[in-house]
Design a binder for this molecule. Structure first.
Ligand SMILES: [Zn+2]
Length: 233
């Protein structure tokens, strides 16, 4: 199977679905992680170009651990807009990868980038098969979209869970690749990101009846996918 993770910032896929991505990787699925924005706002003291370069390297390290292909779309951090430009870019990205499954943000209102990226990914996914819609890459079949958990689980009620007990240590490694964001989250929000992922995974784990879990919502669309088997690992 081909799996595409689409995260607004360098670290989102790792924080919200890293354990699940690791599970896909371990069973031999083909992974691609797309980082939509360049992360240039994500540091209290380093200037945009410098922090962007650092975050790109951190993303590269996480993708190397996962064995994932990396896509860096380069939209400006905190200025991602739901518009024609992003629609075309997302359609073409999905066509380039040809995924069976896409994991992306729940439009959770924590960040405009999260909301926009989740919405645009889901809306682009439904039109990737249309021959009259021309982009660089040819049409592909419509993939199944899953929304991943919201920051600290606020306002998010999962309808599916993935047991990540066995990949939780790996998830910690993936998140730890984004060392610059450890400083940023401490500085901006008073959050220790390892503590954050541990608490959320344990909380979702309690709901699911396992040690650690990640929660998802399966996007239901008319005419497709609603009676087929689950595509989460
Ligand atoms: Zn983010």
């Amino acid at each position: 199977m081909k799996v595409l993770g689409v995260g607004a910032h360098p670290d989102d896929i790792e924080i919200f679905s890293g354990g699940t991505m690791a599970k896909y990787a371990e069973r031999g699925d083909e992974l691609t992680v797309a980082y939509v924005t360049d992360g240039q706002m994500g540091h209290p003291t380093l200037p945009p170009q410098e922090i962007t370069a650092i975050r790109r390297e951190e993303a590269r390290a996480a993708c190397d651990i996962l064995g994932a292909e990396m896509i860096w779309l380069g939209f400006q951090d905190e200025f991602f807009f739901y518009n024609e430009e992003s629609r075309i870019a997302f359609i073409d990205m999905i066509r380039r990868v040809g995924p069976d499954v896409i994991i992306t943000h729940y439009p959770d209102f924590f960040s405009g980038d999260h909301t926009g990226v989740g919405q645009q990914t889901n809306d682009a996914a439904i039109v990737v098969n249309m021959p009259n819609l021309k982009t660089q890459h040819p049409p592909v079949e419509i993939p199944q979209v899953y929304f991943m958990d919201a920051p600290a689980g606020v306002g998010f009620v999962p309808d599916q869970y993935v047991d990540i007990t066995d990949t939780f240590e790996l998830k910690k490694k993936l998140v730890s690749c984004h060392k610059s964001q450890s400083e940023w989250l401490e500085w901006g929000y008073g959050v220790d990101y390892i503590e954050l992922i541990e608490i959320v995974a344990r909380f979702r784990g309690l709901q699911a009846g396992v040690r650690y879990a990640e929660g998802f919502k399966r996007v239901k669309k008319a005419f497709m996918g609603n009676i087929t088997g689950d595509l989460l690992p």
